[in-house]
Design a protein around this ligand. Structure first.
Ligand SMILES: Cc1cc2nc3c(=O)[nH]c(=O)nc-3n(C[C@H](O)[C@H](O)[C@H](O)COP(=O)(O)O)c2cc1C
Length: 303
């Protein structure tokens, strides 16, 4: 057998653009389990079949291999947090993410653009994964764009289109949160970033932010705006505010970093890296400026 460089073949597979799904079932003892999957494929209309490939490395692998029923929720644009939770969060994923139950008692994710309830049709071992084929016993779908994934990054057709036509329509609002133990950063598959949420509108952004962070166990006290910029590459508008908070009791998916170490870390986007390095410098004198611009250029204002 040819020995490929695993990193290279992973990259080559990653060139294939996909959507993102969350696959769910219940373990033998009734506990709901789920994982993020982009290996979803529709297979047949008559009978209606679909497939998804759970990896043997999943903590929930046994549950899927033995499941009589499972469900697939196709995530909508803006549901990156749902994807990240079901890809990386080690606690109770379902406590964080709003969901309902299908007729088989399997959780399906609220806000998904489509969901499918399945009866297991076939389970085929395939290398380090298993091909799980389901017969669709129920489904629903809604209008709106799905969340995209390519080259290890999310994209959203709605937002990409908007970026080409008009001002960005996706509003990201986040906080640079200082705790007694350092600055809180969120771990994502693309690198670190300040904790953030996708705001549905330009109004009530601060409320969306403090609610979103509270759900994740961060009781923040929000301060002044630190940076507001358009990321034309992502088609999103970003606003970050300064904030303080006690160290969360549940640090899963989060890191606390001393401000001196900020410039050495891998951040999710170049714009966030630039902002965090400015914060690292300015925090030494506690004289913070306000940045207004885009991901490449802008002005800093003394506040
Ligand atoms: C966009 C994306 C797609 C993924 N697709 C799959 C997949 O198709 N099959 C799989 O086994 N893992 C996939 N993963 C990884 C799993 O979601 C991740 O390993 C899993 O949630 C870990 O769960 P555990 O902590 O319960 O083991 C994907 C992750 C991401 C971010």
């Amino acid at each position: 057998m040819t020995a490929f460089d695993p990193k290279e073949i992973r990259k080559a597979f990653g060139r294939f653009m996909t959507g993102v799904t969350v696959v769910t079932t219940r373990a033998n003892d009734g506990t709901p389990v789920g994982f993020t999957a982009n290996s979803f494929t529709s297979v047949s209309l008559d009978p209606p079949l679909l497939l998804v490939c759970p990896g043997k490395f999943l903590s929930s692998f046994d549950a899927f291999e033995n499941a009589t029923h499972f469900a697939v929720s196709v995530l909508a644009e803006g549901q990156e947090e749902v994807s990240n939770t079901f890809a990386g969060f080690k606690g109770d994923r379902f406590a964080r993410i709003p969901h309902e139950q299908d007729l088989n008692g399997v959780p399906v994710i609220n806000g998904a653009v489509a969901w499918f309830s399945c009866q297991t049709h076939r389970v085929m071992p395939a290398g380090d994964h298993t091909v799980l084929v389901g017969q669709v016993t129920g489904f629903d779908h809604h209008s709106g764009g799905g969340l995209g994934y390519a080259d290890g990054r999310y994209f959203s057709l709605g937002l990409e289109r908007a970026a080409g036509e008009s001002p960005p329509s996706g509003a990201v609002v986040g906080a640079i949160v200082e705790t007694p133990a350092g600055v809180l950063l969120e771990e994502t598959p693309h690198g670190l970033r300040p904790p953030q949420v996708m705001a549905n509108s330009r109004t009530n952004q601060l409320e969306s932010l403090s609610d979103g962070l509270a759900v994740r166990g961060m009781k923040v006290d929000l301060g002044r705006v630190y940076s507001a910029y358009d990321d034309r590459r992502l088609g999103t508008h970003h606003t970050y505010v300064l904030a303080t908070a006690p160290v969360p009791t549940d640090m899963r998916g989060l890191r606390c970093v001393a401000s001196d170490d900020l410039s050495r870390l891998g951040f999710a986007t170049p714009a966030i890296a630039t902002m965090m390095s400015r914060f690292a410098t300015e925090t030494r004198t506690r004289s913070f400026t306000l940045y207004l611009g885009d991901e490449d250029a802008g002005d800093t204002h003394k506040t």
